[in-house]
Design a protein around this ligand. Structure first.
Ligand code: SAH
Length: 271
């Protein structure tokens, strides 16, 4: 067994989570422990049948139903983990990591942390994250979800019980990542806390909120603003039956990014 970047390798072992996937693709997240039982409508599977085996092991329940067992991906965890607040979905997490150009060692302020789905993605990408969260119960849930990524994850993650609208204590931040209802109130605080060229990223469910945020950005030292949404359409691929899935998630949220530029009043000084 070894951990690299917070991910376990080698045979599955007691104390970690495993993902059981049935013939229909249904997924179950199970914390493996010696002597434990995974209960399903098709009967039980003993955890001991899985512990010590390599990922991809095929096991059968008491009635013969088959399950493939692998380690969960970050997306599997986000969709299965206990949630205190609405999470940002995997399709948007991936887009946020690239739009905000998150890199190993990046210093990021994130608020509010909610259930910690975005926190997990940022920490997993190698960033050092400080979270502000007004609800202590949510902060505790987020910490537990990040801790499940591996023992080293919490070394790069801290949550403080603070209201971000009141200001940002940190300075020299590389990124500010927002998932709260009134991000326009944070724009001046973010401008003071970010390094030159630093990136502000905000996730918002309603386009009215986006309009208000963009107006605040336009009146600030931020520029290069962009807003987009991510439409993810799965395909059904089975023999000659190849077509888009009938169902898709129609709407989650809009992602807005902007970069901290030099103050505007400097333009006038040269001429
Ligand atoms: N991005 C998170 C979900 C955040 S839900 C995830 O992926 O799991 C929004 C969170 O913002 C809630 O937990 C709420 O308590 C918090 N919040 C709202 N206003 C806030 C503020 N002013 N300062 C800090 N946190 C705030």
């Amino acid at each position: 067994m070894s951990t690299e970047g917070g991910r376990q390798r080698g045979p599955l072992h007691a104390g970690e989570a495993a993902l059981f996937v049935d013939a229909k693709g249904r997924r179950y997240l199970v914390d493996l422990r010696p002597g434990g039982q995974f209960h399903t409508h098709t009967g039980t599977v003993g955890h001991d049948e899985v512990i010590g085996r390599d990922e991809g092991a095929l096991v059968r329940s008491a009635t013969g139903a088959r399950y493939s067992v692998v380690r969960p991906t970050l997306a599997d965890r986000v969709l299965a983990m206990p949630r205190a607040a609405q999470v940002i979905y995997p399709k948007d997490l991936g887009a946020i990591l690239v739009a905000a150009d998150v890199f190993p060692g990046a210093r990021i302020l994130e608020a509010g942390v909610g259930s910690g789905a975005l926190s997990m993605a940022l920490v997993r990408a190698g960033a050092s994250v400080v979270g502000y969260e007004v609800r202590e119960d949510f902060a505790a849930r987020a910490r537990a979800n990040v801790a499940a990524l591996g023992e080293l994850a919490l070394e790069r993650y801290r949550v403080e019980p603070r209201d971000l609208y009141e200001g940002i204590a940190e300075r020299g931040l590389d990124r500010v990542a927002l998932d709260l209802p009134e991000p326009w109130r944070v724009v001046p605080h973010a401008a003071a806390a970010l390094v030159p060229g630093g990136i502000l990223v905000s996730y918002l469910p309603s386009i009215h909120q986006v309009g208000q945020l963009r107006a605040a950005i336009a009146a600030s030292d931020f520029g290069l603003a962009e807003t987009f949404e991510v439409l993810h359409r799965g395909w059904h691929v089975e023999g000659r039956a190849v077509r888009p899935e009938h169902r898709m998630v129609g709407h989650t949220g809009f992602i807005t990014v902007a970069r901290l530029l030099q103050p505007r009043h400097e333009e006038g000084r040269e001429g």
